[in-house]
Design a protein. Structure first.
Length: 140
């Protein structure tokens, strides 16, 4: 009959510590990071006006063509979602404040934690671009 192999030495503890560190690091998204996809002739940038915090968090979206000319008249939707399940997303429409600049002044962070803000812009001629901003809202 064989006896089970057990080890409780320093190498096992070190292995567990490294494993736990890697797992926890992998669960956290990177710091505020924009990314876009969709029509490559459009450029979308989403920026929080202030540092992320619980409560109102105005957001400015700029939409330009590949030459940097502003795109007016687009429909812009902002969706804030957390990286875990079980919360109601924050959905707002950004309003054009000047040609190519859209504001979602009523966007609000409802909980502390890691957020994914997805911005979808559709031009009046049907072109579409999606931008994503990852951010972390600190607790109080």
């Amino acid at each position: 009959m064989r006896s089970p192999i057990t080890s409780s030495g320093p190498s096992t503890a070190l292995f567990l510590l490294i494993s736990l560190t890697l797992i926890l690091t992998a669960c956290k998204p990177p710091a505020d990071r924009p990314a876009t996809s969709g029509d490559t002739s459009l450029r979308l940038t989403a920026t929080l006006v202030d540092q992320p915090a619980l409560g109102p968090a105005p957001l400015v979206v700029t939409l330009t063509d590949e030459g940097g000319e502003p795109i007016a008249g687009a429909a812009v939707e902002v969706v804030g979602d957390m990286t875990h399940a079980g919360m109601q997303p924050v959905i707002r429409t950004a309003v054009e404040s000047e040609a190519g600049t859209y504001r979602a002044d009523d966007f609000t962070f409802t909980m502390a934690g890691d957020w994914i803000i997805t911005v979808t812009a559709t031009t009046d001629d049907g072109r579409r671009v999606v931008g994503e901003l990852l951010t972390t809202v600190p607790g109080r």
